[in-house]
Design a protein. Structure first.
Length: 462
């Protein structure tokens, strides 16, 4: 395999360790508890923004006078925000530092959520959902990239899996707590539930020199060697080691400095095939995922499930992420991440197939739960994989393009599923969803392997 010129690492002295080697030698992630709390809140509130929308629809009808056709606008603009925020903040994180990217992400996510609770019409609500979407998309890309850069090679996936493990039951509790609030304050509860997302702003001060520190790998990439050594030593001490002497312990990583921006570097570095592969996976997968979950109740009804049972099955599916989070936490560093993602996607596809077989409500229920299980299995390793397959100099930009633009597949989903559902029925719609899922899994099968490999080794494998 050839090394892209911009990412070649040369040793000045033999027998000493580079910044990356020091990080990979740590027994655990050296971030503080404050940093862990900040990252947890970012992921939690990003996912909360997704789950809360369906709960506040009745309140939006009465509070803003929204009708069925109006709900398309905040959903579409939220998805557009995913793409815009992910790319913009990812680019800035590559160019000016991970701390700036994280700060912009947290602030935009919090402001978008908070102001959504103060909306006065459809247009203002759609704009605030766009702002929230900018933060949501950036969280998935930048936070995953950041974790990958500060974690040792055998802990990148496990650290993120731990966050999802703890947030899954908390999201379920948040949904259950919302129900009595909505019942007690039917006219205004939607505002409080949406504004609750603004609490993520409270962790912005944790982006500092003690908690969410600047990425040592990014600092080294930019030639800021002294700061990189200090940041790496901070992580090493946080992981339980002794403070390292910069002169005695570190080997400077010499790299040809790129004079172009992250996007141009990405285009000229030979990484375009990898970018297209991961982007294609996400885009096609999101067509299938959003196509199913956006219209899950209609699909279940079309398969012969009564409306009341369809709603019950939909709600019951929210338990599955808790079950899968435990399993993913246990296996994410034991098996190739690419293969775990493919397994989750195929469980999703086979579960939809089980529903199509028409063997009654029991199989439809099992199939519906299986779809949620499949997604919950693949999501954590997929986010980790998307960030770790690109070099440090372009990681934020590349991961943001893949997941951000990939989310536009969700905007395409209605154009694929609705015409099929209306013209040919639920069975045909399910087959269209299955095809999208199988194709996305086949695409990722061609991806690079990452298990127990350093980020630098993965970057060179093109």
């Amino acid at each position: 395999m050839s090394n892209p010129q911009n990412f070649t690492v040369a040793s000045e002295l033999v027998g000493r360790r580079t910044i990356s080697q020091v990080i990979d030698s740590m027994p655990r992630v050296g971030l503080s508890k404050g940093a862990g709390l900040a990252l947890f809140c970012a992921y939690f509130f990003s996912n909360y923004e997704v789950t809360v929308f369906s709960l506040v629809i009745p309140g939006l009808r009465s509070g803003l006078g929204m009708v069925a056709a109006d709900f398309a606008w905040p959903v579409v603009w939220n998805l557009v925000g995913y793409a815009v925020g992910a790319y913009a903040f990812g680019y800035l994180a590559d160019k000016f530092g991970r701390q700036l990217g994280l700060r912009l992400t947290f602030i935009t996510l919090g402001i978008g959520g908070l102001l959504s609770g103060f909306s006065w019409n459809v247009e203002s609500f759609s704009f605030f959902r766009f702002l929230a979407g900018c933060g949501m998309g950036a969280v998935l890309a930048i936070c995953s990239a950041y974790i990958g850069e500060v974690a040792p090679a055998n802990q990148r996936g496990r650290y993120l899996a731990r966050i999802f493990l703890f947030q899954a039951p908390l999201l379920l509790v948040a949904g259950l707590v919302s129900l009595p609030i909505l019942a007690a304050m039917p006219g205004s509860a939607w505002r409080y539930l949406l504004a609750f997302g603004g609490l993520v702003l409270l962790v912005v001060p944790l982006i500092n020199k003690n908690h969410l520190i600047e990425s040592p790998r990014w600092l080294e990439e930019k030639g800021r060697h002294s700061e990189a050594r200090s940041a790496a030593s901070h992580l090493y001490v946080g992981a339980g080691g002794e403070e390292l002497s910069p002169d005695a312990e570190y080997l400077q990583e010499t790299k040809e400095k790129s004079l172009t921006g992250p996007l141009r570097t990405l285009i000229n570095s030979g990484l375009l095939p990898r970018l297209w592969l991961v982007l294609s996976f996400w885009f096609i997968f999101y067509i299938g995922m959003y196509g199913f979950y956006s219209y899950q109740t209609l699909i279940l009804e079309g398969l012969g499930i009564t409306t009341s049972n369809a709603l019950f099955i939909t709600v019951l599916g929210r338990i599955m992420p808790i079950v899968s989070a435990i399993g993913v936490f246990a296996i994410i560093e034991r098996f190739e991440r690419r293969n775990i993602v493919i397994t989750g996607v195929m469980i999703f596809a086979l579960s939809v197939l089980l529903m199509v077989l028409g063997w009654g409500e029991w199989t439809a229920t099992v199939g519906s739960l299986g779809t949620t299980l499949g997604i919950a299995i693949m999501v954590t390793p997929a986010y980790t994989y998307t960030a770790e397959v690109f070099p440090t100099s372009v990681r934020g930009t590349a991961a943001s393009i893949c997941d951000g633009i990939g989310h536009l597949g969700g905007a395409v989903a209605p154009l694929v599923v609705i015409p099929v559902l209306a013209s040919y029925g639920a069975v045909a719609a399910c087959w269209a969803i299955i095809v999208c899922l199988v194709v996305s899994a086949a695409i990722l099968l061609m991806g690079v392997k990452t298990k127990n490999r350093s980020l630098e080794e993965i970057a060179a494998d093109i």
